[in-house]
Design a protein. Structure first.
Length: 166
């Protein structure tokens, strides 16, 4: 496997990050925001020089991405999970746990699917909220009566009674 030069990787990822950013889509704007010259940004985009790490870091900060994202070769074919790390950091701990749980579920289901044809079963006990517990307690205390429908009764017929008809 042939390795892509890091200057090419940086240029490609920088160009893509600039295209995704609504206001930093030109060399001049990116240079102003990051505190480096427009010429340095242009040379980074053209892969002409080995940029200083401080310049790469300044550009990454201005674009709202990590240095790692700018220097990772996504075209190499190696599977890589790409997501917006800033948005992920803003999620609640519960939502982050859901995402991590889904990823783990996917890994486990993939492993189960390849080793046998048995169906995969997943279960999780979720604790009821205090409001749900209170509602269950109130419903459980209701008196039983013969007027409630059971599953065996025909529920398509209208209730008998004259109320509301004229």
């Amino acid at each position: 496997m042939k390795k892509t030069p890091i200057l090419t990787v940086l240029a490609t990822n920088l160009r893509q990050a600039m295209a995704r950013h609504p206001t930093l889509d030109t060399q001049m704007r990116l240079g102003q925001r990051s505190g480096i010259s427009q010429r340095t940004v242009g040379r980074m985009l053209n892969g002409e020089v080995n940029p200083q790490l401080g310049h790469v870091e300044a550009v990454a900060d201005a674009l709202g991405v990590t240095v790692t994202e700018l220097l990772t070769d996504y075209s190499s074919g190696a599977p890589e999970l790409r997501y917006d790390r800033q948005k992920f950091a803003k999620l609640s701990p519960e939502d982050r746990a859901k995402i991590e749980s889904f990823i783990e579920f996917t890994f486990v289901s993939q492993d189960k699917g390849s080793s046998s044809d048995a169906p995969f079963k997943y279960s999780e006990v979720i604790k009821a909220s205090p409001a749900q517990e209170e509602m269950v307690k109130r419903v459980a205390q209701r008196d039983l009566s013969n007027k409630t429908l059971s599953i065996d009764e025909d529920q398509t017929k209208p209730h008998g009674g004259r109320r509301g008809r004229r």
